[in-house]
Design a binder for this molecule. Structure first.
Ligand SMILES: [Zn+2]
Length: 307
């Protein structure tokens, strides 16, 4: 009776596991859900969305629970229904690469773990299972972040080659200069007003309406993507540090930032932009002033476009 209860419990657990996996994958499919929450268009770069949210793919998050589940089942009483079912799955995975345990085998092969699967096959004790789960999750995470860094730095992923424009420029050319680590950006929590937060996100991930991006869609050469007011390249650096359209708002921003960090006054425009993007994602005061500037300037830019 105890075995039967356990069997029912494990089956319910497995069904919940599959349902959660399905729902989460649907929600994060092509990051549509994240794009809606961030308030950016569906064409926004997925790698930048990942970088801003620090989202960890479901397959990596489930690796440890999945392995712990296998370890737990492998230690069940030999005469239990669950254990007998587990043995069938184990043989199926070994002989024909089928069944849910074949996924576990693939996972272990992928991370080049040569100890766990033989232990499962021979019903031997697995040493330090918690540490093994941590090591495997860490290996998956390192591989994932390595791929992500490669994509934002080179602007090339096999599925998103369209985001590299005709001039060979990387859509995330600015983003990769200040985004150095994979984590959820604090400003997403610090800034409560959705419209202000959205303006900052759009600027950071180049999902904005500056000429550097709108010119890409119009297939203009880089040299023709100029600011309508200043006649020079209108990119994120120009928008933040030098466009004459937002001088008054910028003066206010700079005064606040210099009060907080006097060294800011001596930085070059490029350094100022990097400083703001870096500090402007974690320092609450700078975040607040930067986001207000970006939002006001964005509104001005939209008004200008409409006139
Ligand atoms: Zn300008």
């Amino acid at each position: 009776m105890r075995s039967l209860d356990r069997s029912i419990f494990l089956h319910v657990e497995k069904i919940c596991f599959i349902l959660i996996n399905y729902v989460t994958n649907r929600l994060w499919s092509k990051y549509k859900f994240a794009k809606v929450m961030l308030g950016v268009s569906r064409n926004a770069t997925i790698s930048a969305i990942r970088g801003e949210t620090g989202h960890v793919p479901i397959l990596i998050r489930l690796a440890s629970p999945l392995l712990k589940f296998v370890f737990r089942v492998s230690k069940m009483p030999l005469d239990s229904l669950v254990y007998k079912g587990y043995l069938d799955c184990l043989q199926m995975a070994q002989s024909s690469n089928m069944g849910w345990l074949s996924g576990v085998k693939e996972l272990l092969d992928h991370v080049k773990n040569r100890t766990i699967w033989p232990c499962l096959l021979s019903h031997a004790k697995i040493d330090k299972p918690k540490m093994l789960c941590k090591q495997i999750t860490s290996a998956l995470m390192n591989e994932y972040i390595g791929t992500w860094k490669n994509i934002i730095n080179n602007g090339i992923s096999s599925s998103r080659r369209a985001q590299v424009d005709s001039s060979g420029g990387n859509k995330l050319r600015t983003y990769c200069t200040f985004k150095n680590s994979y984590h959820r950006e604090n400003y997403l929590v610090m800034i409560k007003r959705k419209d202000i937060r959205r303006s900052l996100t759009r600027l950071r991930i180049s999902a904005h309406n500056l000429m550097i991006e709108t010119g890409r869609h119009l297939k203009l050469n880089i040299v023709d993507r100029v600011c309508p007011t200043c006649g020079v390249l209108e990119d994120e650096l120009h928008f933040v540090t030098s466009c004459s359209m937002y001088e008054a708002a910028r003066d206010t921003l700079y005064k606040h930032v210099i009060n907080i960090s006097p060294v800011f006054a001596y930085l070059t425009p490029q350094e100022k932009c990097m400083f703001l993007m870096n500090k402007g994602s974690s320092d609450f005061q700078i975040v607040t002033h930067l986001a207000a500037y970006v939002h006001d300037a964005t509104e001005l830019r939209i008004e200008y476009s409409l006139t």
